[in-house]
Design a protein around this ligand. Structure first.
Ligand code: CTP
Length: 500
């Protein structure tokens, strides 16, 4: 019942759908999306349909205004599909720590509470930028806000220095979450209409991050059908609401619904929005090794191999994107650390083993590094000179096997231990034997004869498990990584079910 388009736009058409009838490109996208979400293609299709139908429902008409007298400080509104918003995708670290929050302070008495909110957000490790509306500056000064954020407070849409330096589009794009507190009736109406005649309006229109609104206004204004129409429109657009609460108003003798939610409530809502819940590896710890190791011979020479780290880094990135906390132990590579992972840089096999042991416990260990099997038995303190005699003899000592060490741990063994087998002959026979010998649950075998696989962008792998061998098609390393992560998430789920 759907047509699948590039990206995340899906429109309804009338047709009976089976996956087989989809064109190749669409199938490829569906496979990727399913792998990234740890679902089968059929499940992914069902999820897309569900999302599509719920969007249609919420867009079908404005919600009834919330009745006066029954408004807890609960978060409400149509939850934006966090996994499909670019800002949420970009961010793989969970929670407030390290998150970029853009706080829009609107013009209301409750603006003073936003000062406390800034302090609390920063205490939890969030980076806070603040946009103040003109009216907000009647209640709190940019000076006091700036003192709390330790940075510039943005007030003007056309401030030359600010536009040059940051600019409203960057303000909008760099946020993981936008909070509007207090959100006045006027702001809600402007947002619902898409008005961008000030900096706050422009930023709110330009952002693709989730938007959390903390309304604050007089109860009569809140319950007015015009405000409730704005609320319904904004909720249908995907905005999230916290509050307003019921209670005494600033105006003496006035009570009802309209008090802004407390800073702690806003904080909890922000935390919940930024914590991915439905990702397949949420709450899991994954340790990945990647790249080669360098084994020094003297201060200038070392033993190494051709590993680029592309496959290991792609796996670390895919695990992080699937919601895991990822520790990447990387040998010397020329590629950047993937976003959202804790990267530990090492040089030698011994350092790699020590870093992996420090990183444990973990749910999954994926040993993708091409660890040098041998190191120089002794490491010369000075550069070895040519001299006049015969070439020096290089005595080697065997390095510890990190995969075998982790897989044979008696206590604290990760539930799934995965290794690679880079072979130049008898690929599957060698890989199957290697899996047993090293005690790994799975081995991804790849043929590296003639320089295949190493350093390249595509990889042809065979998944060797206790159940047998499964050959995957040649895929970009990112897709191999997504498939592996999806399989691991599913296997971990099955292990959990079996244990219950
Ligand atoms: N590995 C490891 N520590 C080592 C050597 C290898 O953790 N000292 C891991 C690699 O990360 C990979 C797997 O073991 O996951 C197999 O690596 P590979 O180089 O194919 O195997 P070797 O152990 O080197 O065996 P051989 O040289 O006999 O093929």
């Amino acid at each position: 019942m759907i047509a699948l388009h590039a990206g995340t736009a899906y429109t309804a058409v009338m047709a009976n759908l089976t996956i087989r009838q989809l064109d190749e490109e669409t199938k490829r996208k569906l496979r990727l999306r399913a792998a990234a979400n740890g679902r089968s293609m059929e499940d992914e299709t069902r999820t897309i349909l569900r999302e599509l139908l719920s969007v249609d429902r919420s867009a079908a008409g404005p919600r009834a205004p919330r009745p006066v007298g029954a408004a807890p400080a609960a978060m409400s509104g149509a939850r934006p599909a966090l996994a499909s918003t670019p800002a949420a995708l970009r961010r793989t670290v969970s929670g407030l720590a390290g998150a970029s929050i853009l706080l829009v302070i609107g013009g209301g008495v409750a603006a003073y509470k936003s000062l406390d909110l800034i302090r609390r957000l920063r205490e939890r490790g969030a980076k806070v930028r603040v946009v103040m509306t003109k009216a907000a500056q009647e209640f709190v000064t940019p000076l006091s806000v700036g003192a709390l954020t330790g940075g510039t407070v943005f007030t003007e849409l056309f401030a030359r220095e600010a536009e040059h330096d940051v600019g409203h589009i960057r303000l909008a794009r760099e946020a993981d979450l936008v909070i509007v507190a207090p959100a006045t009736a006027d702001r809600l109406a402007k947002m619902a209409a898409g008005i961008a005649d000030d900096l706050a309006g422009a930023v709110l229109l330009a952002t693709r991050a989730p938007v959390l609104l903390a309304p604050a206004m007089n109860p009569a204004m809140w319950s007015h059908p015009a405000t409730q129409r704005s609320v319904a429109t904004l909720a249908a657009d995907g905005a999230l609401f916290i509050g307003p609460n019921a209670g005494e108003m600033a105006e003496s003798g006035e009570a009802g619904i309209g008090r802004m939610a407390e800073p702690l409530e806003i904080l909890a809502a922000a935390e919940a929005i930024l914590t991915p819940r439905d990702l397949p590896l949420a709450g899991r710890h994954v340790v990945v090794t990647s790249g080669p190791t360098h084994e020094p011979i003297d201060p200038v020479r070392y033993l190494a191999n051709r590993s680029s780290g592309k496959q290991g880094h792609a796996i670390a990135a895919a695990a992080a994107a699937a919601g895991a906390r990822v520790t990447l132990v990387a040998g010397p590579v020329a590629i950047p650390d993937p976003p959202g992972v804790e990267a530990i840089h090492v040089e030698t096999a011994a350092e790699m083993l020590a870093a992996v042991e420090r990183a444990l416990p973990a749910d999954i260990a994926i040993m993708a590094a091409a660890v040098a099997d041998w190191r120089a038995a002794t490491r010369a303190g000075e550069k070895i000179k040519k001299g006049s005699g015969a070439p020096p003899r290089l005595a080697l000592a065997e390095n510890p096997d990190i995969l075998a060490t982790v897989a044979h741990l008696k206590a604290g063994r990760p539930r799934l231990v995965v290794g690679f087998a880079a072979e130049t002959s008898d690929l599957l026979v060698n890989a199957t034997a290697k899996r047993r010998r090293k005690g790994a649950d799975w081995i991804l075998a790849n043929d590296v004869s003639g320089g295949q696989g190493m350093g390249q962008d595509d990889n042809t792998v065979h998944l060797v498990t206790e159940a047998g061998v499964e050959t995957w098609p040649t895929l970009p390393k990112e897709e191999v990584a997504s498939l592996l992560v999806a399989r691991l998430a599913a296997a971990l789920g099955e292990l959990k079910e079996a244990a219950e």
